[in-house]
Write a protein that binds this ligand. Structure first.
Ligand code: GLN
Length: 541
């Protein structure tokens, strides 16, 4: 029988519910339990694939090809295990199932209603995830904050599960305690109100994670305990941290794993957090920097810079840098400036390595191509991810293979040299506007050619990596590009698709059609990122 831990947010969003969920799960995993984490999003979008990254952050892709919220990436990174599509749902996906069932007469003439049919479908999915992953503990993170209208059906589902089996379900409220500048004192009232929202939904929180700038003091702990109706030991201090990877260790100090196990009357087990502790120690003690720039476009949202758009790329760089005991210094460079002011490109010299990440559409593309050209010529270590590979091929075709105006048909459908073109099965999708969930998604096999940089990284001839694209390198130009000097070191043999391209006579110049960052883990940096960072570290030394 699985135990279920719901994680809801109070007061404001963005205080780290996802990392809190992943951290709690990690503590139980470190005690030998089987754990998993489910993410619920409130959007009507059926998956995250159709949401702009500047709106909602990176779209994470699972092995089985679902486009999900970035929190699934956090779960995978913290738990060092693959999480599949069954662990992700949105309001839209739930309504879609219920309405399809209704159309198929599966409700047998019943009057189909939001309550109870929507929560029932939510419960069914949570239990299916528990069953399929055979987990002892299932964490379920409910997106947004309590009190939002959109949250209600999910809280209702949680309440129903608790009503059915109170001994198997507990509730965690991740709240926020502001310290308003003009008062200079940590305020608990918003947390009390958040708890009240849960009471209204028929839910008593069992644990309160008190997020704040600093640790909470005894007085606040007592107040929250008394007014929110939870034992004092169940109020967990969760101050801001420099690195998210410290969070599990902070929770451990607060005795959070024991609180969960005791509440469920599950016997405590010995823990093993040695590797994680050593890893966190490294992240805090490294001092020698390695400077990596990401040349992309999804940074700006209003007056703010949003690094969330490339969160997996950033984490993958960090994992690899820490592996070499270096301090990762990551800069975000908007590629459009190189179109407006081409001389600015020389600033790339300052960096030890350049990444051109995934992307869509035409904005900023010429700037990225200029950056790639600069890395090729100046021998700056370069890693191209998906669009990054495609644009590296475009640059090479134009400037080395003498194909002026070569392009991807995504940007210029009429180019004389369509070196990147639409995957055949995608033509109809684009024409008929079947956009959602229709890209080439998820894990596919790739043969790696011995004697190449890719092979040196992976050390094996067969790999699987995760994809998210509609375009590919056009095989009609393969020979010409190879003649020019590109080495296609990774091929999907099932369909003869090019998956990796690289250059010889360069310290490191590799582009991948897939997204290796989705598989990088703190304790197991991704081999390509590792080799890229290795080259970056030697670049200026
Ligand atoms: N826009 C490109 C494609 O669809 C690249 C996608 C990506 O970078 N993920 O093929």
């Amino acid at each position: 029988m699985s135990k279920y831990i719901f994680v809801c947010g109070g007061v404001i969003s963005g205080v780290g519910k996802g990392t809190a969920t992943a951290s709690m799960a990690l503590l139980l995993k470190a005690r030998g339990f089987r754990v998993t984490a489910v993410k619920i999003d409130q959007y009507l979008n059926v998956d995250a694939g159709t949401i702009r990254p500047t709106e909602h952050g990176e779209v994470f892709v699972t092995d089985d090809g679902m486009e999900t919220d970035q929190d699934l990436g956090n779960y995978e990174r913290f738990l060092d295990q693959d999480i599949l599509s069954i662990n992700y749902m949105t309001t839209g996906s739930i309504y879609l199932t219920v309405i399809q069932k209704e159309r198929n007469f599966e409700y047998d003439g019943e009057d189909v209603e939001v309550i109870p049919h929507i929560p029932e479908e939510i419960v069914r999915r949570i239990k299916r995830a528990a069953h399929q992953t055979k987990s002892d503990f299932v964490f379920i993170e409910i997106g947004g904050t309590v009190g939002e209208y959109q949250n209600l059906v999910f809280l209702e589902a949680a309440r129903m599960m608790h009503f059915e089996a109170p001994q198997d379900v507990l509730f965690t409220l991740v709240s926020y305690l502001p310290v308003p500048a003009m008062i200079g004192e940590m305020k608990t009232k918003p947390t009390q109100q958040a708890a009240r929202f849960l009471f209204e939904a028929g839910i008593q929180p069992d644990i309160i994670l008190a997020r704040s700038e600093g640790p909470i003091d005894e007085k606040r702990r007592e107040k929250i305990s008394l007014f929110c109706n939870v034992p004092k030991k169940h109020v967990i201090s969760a101050p801001d941290v420099k690195s998210i990877y410290e969070i599990p260790l902070n929770f451990e100090k607060e005795g959070l794993a024991e609180v969960i196990l005791n509440t469920f009357h599950v016997k405590a087990r010995r823990k093993n957090l040695n590797q994680w502790t050593a890893f966190v120690h490294t992240t805090k003690s490294v001092t020698r920097p390695v400077k990596i720039a990401i040349v992309g476009k999804y940074f700006q949202t209003g007056d703010f810079i949003l690094s969330d758009s490339y969160i997996s790329v950033i984490e993958a760089v960090k994992h690899a840098a820490w592996h070499f005991k270096r301090k990762p210094e990551i800069s975000w460079l908007g590629s459009e400036i190189y179109e407006k002011d081409p001389r600015r490109i020389r600033e790339l010299k300052k960096y030890d390595g350049i990444i051109v990440p995934g992307g869509f559409g035409s904005r900023g593309v010429e700037g990225k191509i200029k950056a790639i050209e600069f890395c090729r010529k100046q021998k700056i270590p370069f890693l191209g991810l998906c669009y990054g590979l495609q644009l590296a091929v475009v640059e090479f075709a134009r400037n080395v293979c003498k194909m002026p105006g070569a392009h991807t048909t995504e940007v210029n459908p009429k180019t004389k040299y369509p070196v990147i073109h639409t995957l055949p099965e995608q033509l109809a999708n684009i024409r008929e506007k079947r956009i959602g969930g229709s890209m080439r998604l998820g894990a596919y096999m790739c043969d790696v050619k011995p004697g190449t940089a890719a092979f040196k990284a992976y050390g094996t001839k067969l790999i699987t990596e995760r994809h998210r694209h509609r375009y590919e390198v056009n095989n009609d130009y393969r020979e010409a590009l190879e003649m020019g000097g590109i080495v296609f070191s990774g091929i999907n043999s099932e369909r003869n698709l090019i998956e990796i391209g690289e250059l010889k006579d360069h310290p490191f110049f590799v582009g991948t059609q897939f997204h290796p960052e989705f598989k990088s883990r703190p304790l197991h940096p991704h081999p390509l990122y590792r080799e890229f960072l290795k080259a970056a570290i030697s670049h200026h030394s």
